[in-house]
Design a protein around this ligand. Structure first.
Ligand code: NAD
Length: 481
């Protein structure tokens, strides 16, 4: 049997055509600095063309039966999983995460395609009791229309499928604008979709080095009915403001500042494993990554010691190499932010337990770092570090832990480890977060609604709730019966 392969694609995808342009930008491997490809640097006009292609593909796409759309999604899922290995290698090369994590992301991303292939067939409306003997109330769920999906670099595949699979299942065409650092995985996904027979214009991918001009089209063109964005809170706010002019529906998966609380009755070994998975996965560049470790005074020293010992075992290196647990950071700016947070914490009385410096490998490789005796006055308390830094705060009782955990404008994911069942219920209910993990370090799954409260976002992705984001309700009053 021949091993499946995937060539690197260096063209954007509009109206079923692969488009190459003279203006191009470079995609590099963050582990080596090597150029992987040059892809088209598209303009606002190109974005309008992609929107027009999606708009013209819409009527036929929504008229297909749910079963036909489900069949295509299922074929796309099979194609993604058949190409799990080459997709994972491509992702590691353009994004840097260890190969095992890339394989996991391909499977996780594909799971949304499989799930929404199934869910497409269950997009039910309803009938409600009428308000008169001669009247009936029908509620239809209809596809919202052209969807623009703008995605970040930290999950180059899953952030696309998490949006596009439910949109396509609902009967909406999509225009995808992947992050400028990681367009190659997005283009490979589009190629697989073309191969399995998605009609021209139903899936479009536009690449741009400077996202503002194409972003303006996607957020202001009245033909785009829905924007689904994952990225930073600052950009999300800007896009929301741009959407106001056409009252465009928007889903926003934004930044986080996840607390990871360890209570004195927790299983400390489990908590350390959970903390390492939640903090250092993807080099700390995950929106649901632990940003703050809050540890109860009675177990503080023991926890910090165990955590440091475990972190010292993490192997840093090129994600393609065997046994590597932490790859490079995405770029120099990401390294600067980690350094600034470390310097600020140490200046204000933090204690460096391990790491703290660039890794000997150079480039954007950074040592996994732990800082103890962290206080709310430090930047790490308020800002998302988005890097391999674990700051450890101390607290005395449950009320203080909950107050500290909630003292942020973000509300995406929170984690805690405890055994007392009354404490578990009270803390779970007290946390102002869209997602809470109890005695678990990883919570993402296609089966659950993913999303945040407060400034972490609007809307949910995954589960049956994820489909609602791409549908509108139409109430039909049937009278004169
Ligand atoms: P970013 O906001 O800089 O970029 C995200 C996307 O928006 C990219 O495709 C970028 O090109 C595009 N963009 C930037 N400016 C734009 C503009 N003016 N118009 C249109 N598009 C524009 O974020 P990032 O650095 O790529 O990703 C990291 C951030 O994403 C972190 O804050 C992280 O927490 C967040 N994130 C959130 C989730 C979630 O589900 N809540 C998941 C992953 C990442």
């Amino acid at each position: 049997m021949t091993r499946p392969s995937l060539p690197i694609i260096d063209a954007a995808y509009i109206a079923g055509q692969w488009r190459r342009t003279e203006r191009r930008f470079t995609v590099t491997d963050p582990a080596t600095g090597d150029t992987l490809a040059e892809v088209p640097d598209l303009t606002a006009d190109d974005a309008r063309e992609a929107v027009a292609a999606a708009e013209s593909a819409w009527p036929a796409w929504r008229r297909r039966t749910a079963k036909q759309r489900a069949g295509l999604l299922r074929a796309w899922f099979d194609a993604i999983m058949t190409h799990q290995e080459p997709l994972a290698r491509l992702m590691t090369r353009e994004q840097g995460k260890p190969l095992a994590e890339s394989r996991g992301e391909v499977a996780y991303g594909a799971s949304f395609v499989e799930f929404y292939a199934e869910e497409a067939k269950r997009m039910a409306g309803e009938t409600l009791p009428g308000h008169g003997a001669d009247k009936r109330i029908l509620v239809f769920r209809e596809p919202i229309g052209v969807v623009a999906a703008i995605t970040p670099w930290n999950f180059p595949l899953a952030m696309i499928t998490r949006k596009c699979a439910p949109a396509l299942a609902a009967g909406c065409p999509v225009v995808i604008k992947p992050a400028e650092a990681t367009p190659l995985t997005a283009l490979a996904l589009a190629k697989l979709a073309e191969d399995v027979g998605f009609p021209a214009g139903v899936i479009n991918v536009i690449t741009a080095e400077n996202p503002a001009a194409v972003g303006e089209v996607l957020t202001t063109d009245p033909r785009v009915r829905k924007i689904s964005f994952t990225g930073s809170t600052a950009v999300g706010k800007r896009l929301l403001a741009q959407c106001a002019g056409t009252v465009k529906k928007a889903s926003m998966e934004l930044g986080g500042n996840a607390p990871f609380i360890v209570f004195d009755d927790a299983d400390l070994d489990d908590a350390v494993e959970g903390a390492v998975a939640s903090k250092y996965r993807n080099s700390g560049q995950t929106c649901v990554c632990t940003n703050r470790l809050l540890v109860q005074a009675g177990v503080y020293d023991a926890f910090v010691e165990k955590l440091a010992a475990r972190v010292a075992e993490l192997k840093v290196g090129n994600g393609l190499d065997e046994g590597v647990a932490q790859g490079p950071l995405i770029n120099a700016a990401a390294v600067d932010k980690v350094r600034e947070h470390i310097a600020d914490a140490l200046e204000k009385g933090g204690r460096l337990v391990c790491g703290g410096e660039s890794h000997d490998l150079g480039g954007t490789f950074f040592q996994p770092t732990v800082i103890a005796d962290v206080t709310p006055a430090m930047r790490v308390a308020r800002e998302e570090t988005f890097g391999p830094l674990a700051p450890v705060f101390r607290f005395d009782d449950d009320a203080e832990a909950i107050a500290l955990a909630n003292a942020t404008e973000f509300g995406l994911a929170a984690y805690f480890y405890a055994r007392d069942y009354r404490r578990i219920w009270h803390v779970m209910e007290g946390l102002e977060y869209g997602m809470v993990a109890v005695n678990e370090g990883i919570l993402s799954t296609e089966l659950a609604p993913f999303g945040g409260v407060k400034e972490s976002g609007l809307g949910r992705e995954g589960s049956h709730h994820g489909l609602d984001e791409f549908t509108e309700l139409k109430y039909v009053c049937v009278g004169g019966l």
